[in-house]
Ligand binder design. Structure first.
Ligand SMILES: Nc1ncnc2c1ncn2[C@@H]1O[C@H](COP(=O)(O)OP(=O)(O)O)[C@@H](O)[C@H]1O
Ligand SMILES: [Mg+2]
Length: 332
């Protein structure tokens, strides 16, 4: 099977500028019941996703909790095995590489997690944590120390913080440390999985601005994941809207806010609930496991869609291009 280079790419970006191509990737988790743990169904956490991440740009990924964002992040980092599909990083397929073959690529793709506390070792000083990441660069001990200092200063932590432990820092500072650790190996891509969701609103902007500054300084690409569409809008060049494991809309950031097409995108964008009860788009959010039967056929959004027709219940259509930087998965 050849690489489908034409499946999706940004019109304003040359193919050479594409860092990571995600092609038709899938991850299903079995739902097991009873003492025999029989598989009774599948959670289609990531269900055929196609996306491109361009060098030095930010692709935002938005969707409700449980729609598969973190699973997609884990697949990209190879923290979870892919069931199907391809990951093409700098023109090379990486999904089937052995751990040894993947090692040099590993440092080019880093992650910043939602919970910086859970992802920092409480028994290690901040300096040790960052230095550990630096090991792969095989620097001399003295150079490593210098680099740790540099990294901390880059993210706004005084170098004296090196000898302190994670609990001695605030949530925002810990997230800065998480960012320093990700930066330490000079990555080309950082996957930011809800990087500010656990922080106070007043701190969120500081972290977001830090990420933006670092991107400008080092040309790092981000996959910026959040359930908050406005935050993603502020961060991203391009935005993908995810619903039950699938991308339902993909557009240039400005275009998405100016001209949202998918009913689900409109739902995410509406800050105030729709007063008209006939437009039943404000159904209580359901977990994917609760909805597994009714999404088996047709459009996955039809139960919540105010415009759903009988066709929507039966036929599922692919993500279709509607203008130069805008794709929608909807028959309307
Ligand atoms: N390791 C796992 N085993 C079984 N189900 C999982 C696992 N990881 C995630 N899921 C399920 O996959 C779906 C997507 O989860 P996740 O990717 O964490 O969503 P999000 O990050 O958008 O909140 C959810 O229904 C979740 O329960
Ligand atoms: Mg998540």
């Amino acid at each position: 099977m050849g690489i489908e280079l034409d499946a999706i790419y940004w019109d304003n970006v040359y193919l050479d500028d594409i860092l990571l191509q995600i092609r038709k990737i899938k991850k299903y988790f079995p739902i097991k019941r009873g003492i025999l743990k029989k598989t009774v169904g599948w959670i289609k956490a990531v269900d055929g996703v196609d996306l491109d991440i361009a060098k030095g740009k930010t692709l935002g990924l938005v969707g409700e909790s449980g729609c598969g964002k973190s699973t997609l992040a884990r697949l990209i980092l190879r923290l979870t095995d892919i069931d199907e599909g391809k990951l093409i990083f700098e023109g090379r397929e990486i999904q089937s590489l052995s751990d040894k073959e993947f090692k040099p690529i590993r440092k080019k793709i880093q992650i910043v997690f939602q919970d910086p506390f859970g992802s920092l070792n409480p028994k290690m000083t901040i300096g040790e944590t960052i230095e550990e990441g630096l090991r792969v660069l095989e620097l001399h001990a003295e150079k490593r120390k210098k680099r740790v200092k540099e990294l901390l200063e880059m993210v706004g932590i005084p170098a004296s913080g090196m000898d302190m432990y994670p609990h001695e820092f605030s949530g925002g500072q810990r997230q800065r440390i998480g960012i320093a650790r990700a930066l330490s190996v000079n990555p080309l891509l950082i996957v930011c999985d809800e990087p500010v969701s656990a922080l106070d609103v007043s701190i969120q902007a500081q972290i977001i601005n830090l990420l933006k500054d670092l991107q400008e300084a080092f040309g790092i690409a981000y996959l910026f994941i959040s359930h908050d569409i406005n935050l993603v809008g502020y961060m991203s060049d391009m935005i993908a809207i995810m619903y039950l494991g699938q991308i339902v809309e993909l557009a240039d950031s400005e275009e998405l806010f100016r001209n949202p097409k998918h009913p689900y995108t409109n739902l995410l964008l509406s800050a105030v609930p729709e007063p008209d009860p006939k437009k039943k788009i404000f159904f209580k959010l359901k977990r994917q496991t609760d909805t597994i039967e009714w999404v088996e056929h047709g459009c996955k959004f039809w139960k919540r869609c105010p415009y759903a027709s009988s066709e929507c219940k039966e036929t599922e259509i692919p993500l279709k291009k509607i203008s130069s930087a805008h794709w929608v998965k909807c028959i309307r």
